[in-house]
Design a protein around this ligand. Structure first.
Ligand code: 5GP
Length: 201
């Protein structure tokens, strides 16, 4: 990697937002972006199929397994993970470094495995990271949200619940916990964390 990019990173910490599946990370992130357009949220690559309404390059970079594997070999990802035993997801490295270097509040919305991988690689990349955990008000509420979304079949839901249980147990690995009682409150709490980190009033 380019040394200029490497040295420029780490002035303000990269925000890594993680939480159990279906806790509402995507919704909170969308609300945050709507209220605070100066925040940049990384666009991940994925090998899963697009859901209705999802746009390539906006929601995700949708790609084939072959394309993903090639980019992985070329070292283009900060982290990658297989999520719910089904599809590959990965964070393109260069845009993250560029936004951090420019002082733009930068967020990754990734799963627990990805957050752990970022932790492993942070020192090597000269990255400083603030780890934020988005928690549901309760496990029952999480189950309700998972079923309510209605975008998964029964087998997919079962896998996601299994993943969610493991993910919930990891809360103590994070610097900050935000409870997602309502989208508005969680997005406002997240903004407060970011504003403090980036010295924005
Ligand atoms: P979905 O397929 O529902 O959009 O996302 C499934 C899960 O993948 C979510 O928990 C989301 O946080 C995670 N995810 C999305 N992008 C990435 C990524 O680039 N890396 C990792 N490790 N997880 C991701």
């Amino acid at each position: 990697m380019d040394n200029a990019i490497k040295e420029g990173a780490g002035k303000r910490r990269l925000i890594v937002l993680t939480g159990p599946t279906a806790v509402g990370k995507g919704t909170v992130e969308a609300k945050l972006r709507e209220d605070h357009p100066q925040v940049w949220v990384s666009v991940s690559a994925t090998t899963r199929d697009p859901r209705p309404g999802e746009v390539n390059g906006v929601t995700y970079w949708f790609m084939t397994e072959e394309e993903f594997a090639r980019k992985q070999r070329e070292g283009m990802f900060l982290e990658t993970a297989v999520v719910h035993n089904m599809a590959h997801y990965g964070t393109p490295l260069e845009p993250v470094m560029e936004h951090l270097e420019a002082g733009v509040p930068t967020i990754l919305e990734i799963d627990l495995q990805g957050a752990r991988r970022v932790r492993e690689r942070a020192a090597e990349l000269g990255l400083e990271v603030l780890y934020v955990f988005l928690a549901p008000p309760s496990f029952d509420e999480l189950v309700k949200r998972l079923i309510g979304r209605g975008t998964e079949n029964e087998e997919q839901r079962r896998r996601r619940l299994e993943t969610a249980k493991v993910e919930l147990a990891a809360e103590n690995e994070f610097d900050v916990t935000i409870v997602n009682n309502t989208v508005e409150q969680a997005a406002a709490d997240l903004w407060n964390v970011i504003a403090e980190e980036y010295g924005i009033r």
